[in-house]
Write a protein that binds this ligand. Structure first.
Ligand code: C2O
Ligand code: CU
Length: 514
């Protein structure tokens, strides 16, 4: 019998979900699902440190996902091997699930570095299908971005070396960018953390990667549907995963402790709420790194591709802190929002943790005269053939021809009004750039601060983002619902090097190079 406790229901219609029925009881025994992390990268031998500058401290340990071993002794270079392959893993009670993974791990192993480090990833494709690796949120060269338009996918048996400097600190992730509907669902994603140079100190740092996967009764990936709600709203799973397990993560949080929880939503399609219960919590970072000041909020909406970092302490008199996903389900013919636990920390022990010191962060100005553009998301259904479009054009349908949405000089402010005439929420992503959300439905936005690379455009709503297009290159822009991007909601922009490292660029770069 499969454990239903942590399963979320299969999608019935766009944005509506069938009831789980069995409730969502939390097992009270300790399952110890936190995989043992390998030790952080080696220290250089004693006699080698350069005279002028002491070698940087190794980045802090992050709990939750095994690390990729750094094979390079240079403390400023992280050099790792990443292999895409078929693996069978125990993710839910019952039989193992046949997956496609990076290094036999779901999520893929954690890659972490300090801002300014060089990261070299020797990638091997041992799958029977072509694939590429995209570094979501990293403002690196477009040649290393894993865009199938620029890099031909790595053939089965082939390899490719990604080599880049990580320019910004933050919680990022990597994932396949080829045949994404299937490759995502089968497990090709992992976490990438870039530490600030003067990173605030916490009792512990954790990373929690959320996914929802659709398993059949033998725990195998359920068939991919090519029509109906799976295309309309994207594939929604029936099993919620936290760091690759259908059971919530179990940890311990000492009273007085202050932790950093880095949360990544790595699913195909479903936007959800995130709430911390029993905690005193603040949002300290978004997609693009630390906020200028922490945001008091114990609940946020997270769309596929987005990240949030929370500062977490146990609430007064609480014995447990729980991170919950809030998901709409149908129960007794009613649409209700239900909580599903992702991580449960028992409050135990005592520590005296000094308040973390957050570095100064200055975001680029948003109240500026900017070039205005409009991107309209829509869908057509001609004789049962669904196509998704941006400004009336469909990309990705035949190969990788992406319509060009515009050419922009770097470091100039552009206000992009993204609107949608079709539900559900479209998590819209721009490669290689950050932006800020400035307007929703005609009203200024004040409760979604920070730099982002992905914004939820809710059905029949518009939102405006302001970007400085700081990173020259040819960049994909698309809905992060795999079923939408692969069926046309995909285009590109070209950012030309204006040569002007404007003040906006240096303030943003400076603000995030901690
Ligand atoms: Cu995370 Cu083009 O995507
Ligand atoms: Cu979409």
């Amino acid at each position: 019998m499969l454990r239903l406790s942590h399963r979320v229901p299969t999608l019935l219609a766009a944005a509506l979900f069938a009831a789980c029925g069995e409730g969502s009881t939390v097992p009270d025994d300790d399952h110890h699902h936190v995989p043992k992390a390998e030790p952080p990268k080696e220290q250089p031998p004693k006699e080698q440190p350069p005279k002028e500058e002491p070698p940087p401290e190794p980045p802090p340990r992050i709990e939750g996902i095994p690390y990729l071993v750094d094979e390079n002794i240079d403390p400023r270079i992280v050099e790792v091997s990443l292999v895409a392959k078929a693996s069978s893993l125990a993710i839910a009670d019952g039989p193992e699930t046949d997956l496609w993974t990076y290094n036999d791990s779901l999520p893929g192993p954690l890659i972490h570095a300090r801002v300014g480090d060089r990261v070299i990833v020797h990638f091997d494709n041992q799958l029977a299908d072509p694939t590429v690796v995209h570094w979501h949120g990293l403002r690196i060269s477009d040649q290393m971005d894993g865009s199938p338009r620029i890099q031909s996918p790595v053939a089965p048996g082939g390899s490719f070396t990604y080599d880049f400097i990580v320019p910004d600190a933050g919680t990022f992730w990597y994932h396949t960018h080829f045949n994404q509907i299937e490759q995502f669902e089968r497990g090709l994603y992992g976490a990438l953390v870039v530490h600030e140079r003067d990173e605030p100190k916490f009792t512990s740092e954790r990373v929690i990667v959320i996914d929802d996967i659709r398993l059949d009764s033998d725990n195998q990936i359920a068939p991919f549907l090519t029509s109906g709600p799976d295309i309309g709203a994207g594939r929604v799973g029936n099993t919620l995963l936290a760091n690759g397990k259908a059971e919530p993560l179990r940890t311990v949080l000492p009273r007085g402790g202050i932790e950093r929880w880095r949360v990544i939503l790595a699913n195909n399609a479903l936007t959800m709420g995130l709430r911390l219960k029993g905690a005193q919590t603040r949002v300290i970072a978004t997609d693009g790194g630390l906020l200028p000041s922490p945001l008091e909020a114990d609940r946020v909406e997270i769309a596929p591709g987005q990240r949030y970092d929370f500062e977490v302490r146990a609430g007064e008199g609480e014995s447990e802190v729980t991170l919950e996903a809030l998901i709409f389900v149908i129960e007794n013919d009613q649409v209700v929002e239900k909580p599903f636990p992702l991580a449960i920390a028992r409050v135990e022990g005592d520590v005296a943790q000094p308040e973390p010191k957050y570095p100064e962060v200055i975001l680029p100005a948003v109240n500026v005269a900017a070039t205005e553009v409009a991107w309209k998301l829509a869908a057509t259904n001609a004789g049962g053939k669904v196509e998704f479009t941006i400004n009336g054009q469909s990309g990705y349908v035949d190969g990788h021809e992406h319509p060009l949405l515009g050419t922009f000089p770097s470091n100039e402010p552009v206000r992009i009004r993204i609107s949608s005439s079709v539900s559900p929420a479209h998590p819209f992503h721009i490669h290689g750039q950050f932006f800020q959300i400035v307007e929703r439905g005609g009203k200024p936005v004040t409760d979604e601060p920070g730099l982002r690379d992905t914004v939820a455009i809710r059905g029949a709503e518009s939102a405006s983002v302001l970007t400085y297009f700081e990173n020259p290159g040819r960049w994909m822009v698309h809905c992060h619902i795999s079923e939408h991007s692969e069926k046309g909601m995909m285009a590109e922009v070209v950012v030309t090097d204006s040569g002007a490292g404007s003040s906006s660029s240096s303030s943003s770069g400076g603000g995030h190079s901690h």
